[in-house]
Write a protein that binds this ligand. Structure first.
Ligand SMILES: C[S@@+](CC[C@H](N)C(=O)[O-])C[C@H]1O[C@@H](n2cnc3c(N)ncnc32)[C@H](O)[C@@H]1O
Length: 310
């Protein structure tokens, strides 16, 4: 299934995988951190391509990701990539050559109704990616004041009907299941808007982002990755909505900014040097062929940057 719950026929088909292989190739042999192991699709492809020349260090917030390792020569470190520095051995000789992020939730997580991510498969209001999440969806849906609820639906879901939906949720409390929540949202959405995709898609995304504090993890994870990757190494990030992508884009642009002295100064006085070189002047998107084969790739946006050798 798609990030937003759209059905797809296959599990774990990694998104933009050939583009990732191409970006990683120049830093092989080396250690690649797959910070979002999920179903292991990217890791599997990297191991197939580079064999013994690559060592993959896998991370996932979800303890269930370990079950997807199969015969791969990796063990998944369970943790939040927002704590990348703590999760990895940061010693000089172990600095990774590349760090990959493929944000969001996996098809397996979405398809498993019991995890509560999907507005199509019924389940409890959970949506926690891992045990470190501080609340679950039920606490937000049934406990938050209407104003706060409307705020996250507007901000994290970019949902124009946020206030109306929040009002309907509060009026329908207690809401126990994802199916109930989905119905409440659909009924609060004007018929004209219902034609633009599933009416619950944006609200479910918003609640999931809030439950897992996803944008904080993205910002911290990218910061840590830039610090940790070896000089000449690469940070690669695949986002699925503009909120994630904006964080990556801005951080890469900031890292690629050199001297900030006014142009009329004859000599640099600020001492600022660029720590990154952006490798994707334009974000990389999936081809029409990939989107046809894997609808989930439709919203993927890949950016990559190289750490400038000191
Ligand atoms: C889109 S899936 C990755 C799919 C994977 N690249 C593949 O090819 O199978 C995203 C994965 O990242 C994990 N994840 C999301 N946020 C995370 C975080 N902050 N820290 C660690 N893992 C996270 C999710 O649990 C999920 O398994």
């Amino acid at each position: 299934m798609d990030q937003d719950g759209t059905e797809t026929s296959e599990y774990h088909r990694p998104v933009l995988v050939e583009e990732v292989v191409e970006l990683v190739a120049p830093v092989i042999p080396g250690v690649v951190v797959d910070a979002t192991f999920g179903g292991g699709g990217h890791t599997r492809r990297l191991l197939n391509e580079f064999g013994e020349d690559v060592t993959v260090v896998a991370i996932d917030r979800d303890p269930e990701a370990q079950a997807n390792v199969g015969s791969l020569p990796v063990s998944v470190i369970q943790g939040n990539f927002g704590d990348l520095k703590t999760l990895l051995d940061g010693s000089e000789q172990n600095r990774p050559s590349a760090i990959l992020f493929d944000f969001g939730v996996s098809s397996r997580q979405l398809d498993d109704g019991a995890r509560g991510f999907s507005f199509r498969n019924d389940g409890p209001l959970d949506m926690r990616m891992g045990p470190d999440a501080s609340s679950d969806a039920g606490e937000i849906v049934n406990g938050w004041p209407e104003k706060d609820l409307a705020g996250i639906i507007a901000k994290f879901g970019e949902e124009p009907m946020a206030r109306r939906i929040a009002r309907a949720i509060v009026a329908s409390r207690p809401i126990k299941t994802t199916a109930q929540l989905s119905t409440v949202i659909a009924e609060a959405t004007p018929a004209a808007r219902r034609r633009a995709g599933h009416p619950a898609r944006r609200t479910f995304q918003a609640i999931r982002i809030a439950v897992n504090d996803e944008l904080t993890s993205v910002a911290d994870g990218i910061d840590d990755a830039i610090d940790m990757v070896a000089p000449g190494g690469r940070v690669i990030a695949i986002s699925y909505h503009s909120l994630e992508d904006r964080i990556v884009k801005q951080r890469f642009a900031e890292g690629a900014t050199g001297c900030i002295c006014p142009p009329e100064l004859p000599v640099c006085g600020c001492g600022v040097t660029a720590e990154l070189r952006v490798l994707t002047r334009k974000p990389v998107r999936s081809s029409a062929t990939e989107i046809e084969a894997n609808p989930r790739s439709r919203s993927a946006i890949l950016r990559a940057a190289e750490k400038v050798a000191a």
